[in-house]
Each structure stands twice: as structure tokens, then as C-alpha cells.
Write a protein that binds this ligand. Structure first.
Ligand code: SF4
Length: 299
């Protein structure tokens, strides 16, 4: 039996569904039931009636799946796969600002720990952040933890005042505008599409800024030609399958944590039940409020 066949048999035995983020290795995306960005996968996790969810991504994604569908067992191929940005805000900073600024909403990017989600009024993803922030009644917004996505939202919602916790994605933030411009000089006819986790200078050099799902949609809309891709290069698997007449040039480094998801890891967690997300009930209850509010507002 091949590794893929073993996984299929174990998946049937465990009545499991496999969810994979666009950034995990190609071969893991290939065996998944659902591949997408954080927003799509959160909805898929909330809606599934499979007994077990195998979440191929990083730790906060497994946590969100467990919080949104607590009756399911959530397994991760490697529990140590974490997102550095998910920790880049702290409770004292949030509570201090709540004390100082009236009419404040704490908006938490889904790329965050469950502890941070507990302190937020609402969660957002890069797909829905602009629409959700615009719809909030509060005039003042503390956007945690990603200052780059927060800055992108702030530019599009100028009627509100923004505060930031100073976090950033180390993968997207290390892409420099000069790297993009050099690639553009090498491929002058290529469109430039980047993720809002990139810096303002990189976003200013782009033709399109959007979530990974929106970048895939943008490429599909073009259908042919060349595109410089300013997000984690795992998304090229979906781009090349969905846009076979296009040529893509990745300029962002890999996220080492996303690459911890392997086929061996998927088989291992299904076989033995290791890698289970286990969470404190009170923590789940607290974090569920801001996650469910996001799903309701995004409808
Ligand atoms: S790419 Fe950045 S935001 Fe996404 S999981 Fe990796 S470190 Fe976190």
C-alpha cells in the first residue's frame, strides 16, 4: 500500500475529514478534502459532521477548529507547528487601552492564540477584515496582532481611528519592496499580487492586495500571462492547477512551521490519535464568542 492509500484507509476508519491550508506542502494539499485560507477552513471545520478533523496548518488553526466544533476530535500532524505572529500582543496592553480609549472595539486577526481571542470583541481573517471592521459601531479600533493587515484595513476604513499591537508575520514582513521591484524589472509584463500581511511599501508596489483565496481568484480572473506572487509559495500549488496558462514567480520565503505538515504526520496522527488539540473549556467558551461573531458578521 502507498502512503496515500494508507491515509485513505485510516481516514475511512476514523471517519475523518482532512483540512489543509494553502501554505502546507503540495503533497498534503493533494490528499486533503478541503484546501483554502483561514476563513474558508474555519467555516469548513464549523460545518463538518466528521468524527475527526485532521487540520494541516499551524496551531491556532487547530484551536479554532476545536473551538468552533468542540464535539469533534481535532488532530494535527505536528502539534509544534506554530505561528510566531499569533503571540504578538499581550493582555496588559489590551486592557490598558480599553481603560484609556472610549468606544473601542478590539479586533483580533484569526492568526492569534485562543487567549488573545478571549480578549477580543470580534475576530477577522484577511478575507473579511475590511467588511467586518467597517460594520462595527465603535469609532476606535485596536487591531491585534498584525500591524500590516491592520494598516491595510485602516486605509480602507478612514472614518475610524486605529491602534495597533505591533505584531507582524515574519514570513511576509521580510519581503522588501526592492525585491518586488527587481522581480518586476525581470518580468515587466507580470502583474504583482501580494498578501495584506506584507509591509505598506510592498503593498504600494503591487497591482493587487488580497488574502490567499483572493489572490487565487485574481489569477483566475486574469486567466493567462505572468504574475509575481507575494505570499507564502505553497499557494502556487492551487494557482498552477487553477490557472494552467499562467506563469508564476514567487518572491516570499517559505513558512517553516507550515512545512512541518507532512504525509507521514497525517498518517501518524490518524493511526495513533497523537497530536490532538485539547483545550480548557473556559478558554474555548471565551474564544468562541469572537470567532462566532466573525462568522455571523461575515454572512
Ligand atoms: S505565514 Fe506568517 S502568519 Fe502564516 S502561519 Fe507562517 S508565520 Fe504565521
Amino acid at each position: 500500500m502507498t502512503l496515500t492509500e494508507e491515509i485513505a484507509a485510516l481516514k475511512a476508519r476514523e471517519k475523518a475529514v482532512i483540512l489543509a491550508h494553502y501554505y502546507v506542502p503540495d503533497e498534503v494539499q493533494a490528499i486533503a478534502d478541503h484546501v483554502g485560507d483561514s476563513f474558508y477552513l474555519a467555516k469548513a471545520a464549523a460545518a463538518t459532521d466528521a468524527q475527526t478533523i485532521v487540520f494541516c496548518g499551524v496551531h491556532f488553526m487547530g484551536e479554532s477548529a476545536k473551538i468552533l466544533n468542540p464535539a469533534r476530535r481535532v488532530l494535527m500532524p505536528d502539534l509544534s507547528a506554530d505561528c510566531a505572529m499569533a503571540h504578538m500582543a499581550d493582555a496588559s496592553q489590551i486592557e490598558a487601552l480599553r481603560g484609556q480609549v472610549k468606544d473601542l472595539a478590539v479586533v483580533c486577526y484569526i492568526n492569534s492564540t485562543a487567549e488573545l481571542k478571549c480578549l477580543a470583541d470580534v475576530c477577522v481573517t484577511s478575507s473579511n477584515a475590511v467588511a467586518i471592521v467597517r460594520s462595527l459601531p465603535q469609532k476606535n479600533i485596536l487591531f491585534i496582532p498584525d500591524q500590516n493587515l491592520g494598516g491595510f484595513v485602516a486605509r480602507q476604513v478612514p472614518e475610524k481611528t486605529f491602534y495597533f499591537s505591533g505584531g507582524y508575520c515574519p514570513v511576509h514582513a521580510c519581503l522588501l519592496a526592492e525585491d518586488v521591484l527587481a522581480e518586476k524589472r525581470a518580468h515587466p509584463h507580470a502583474a504583482v499580487a501580494v498578501h495584506p500581511e506584507c509591509t505598506p511599501e510592498v503593498r504600494a508596489a503591487a497591482d493587487f492586495v488580497g488574502s490567499t483565496a483572493e489572490i487565487v481568484g485574481y489569477a483566475r480572473g486574469r486567466g493567462e500571462g505572468e504574475m509575481i506572487v507575494g505570499t507564502e509559495p505553497g499557494v502556487l500549488w492551487a494557482l498552477r492547477r487553477q490557472c494552467p496558462r499562467m506563469t508564476f514567480y514567487p518572491v516570499t520565503p517559505q513558512c517553516a512551521d507550515m512545512k512541518r505538515n507532512t504525509l507521514e504526520g497525517v498518517r501518524g496522527c490518524l493511526e495513533s490519535g497523537r497530536g490532538e488539540i485539547v483545550m480548557d473549556e473556559a478558554l474555548m467558551r471565551g474564544a468562541r464568542i469572537s470567532l462566532e461573531r466573525m462568522l455571523a458578521l461575515a454572512k
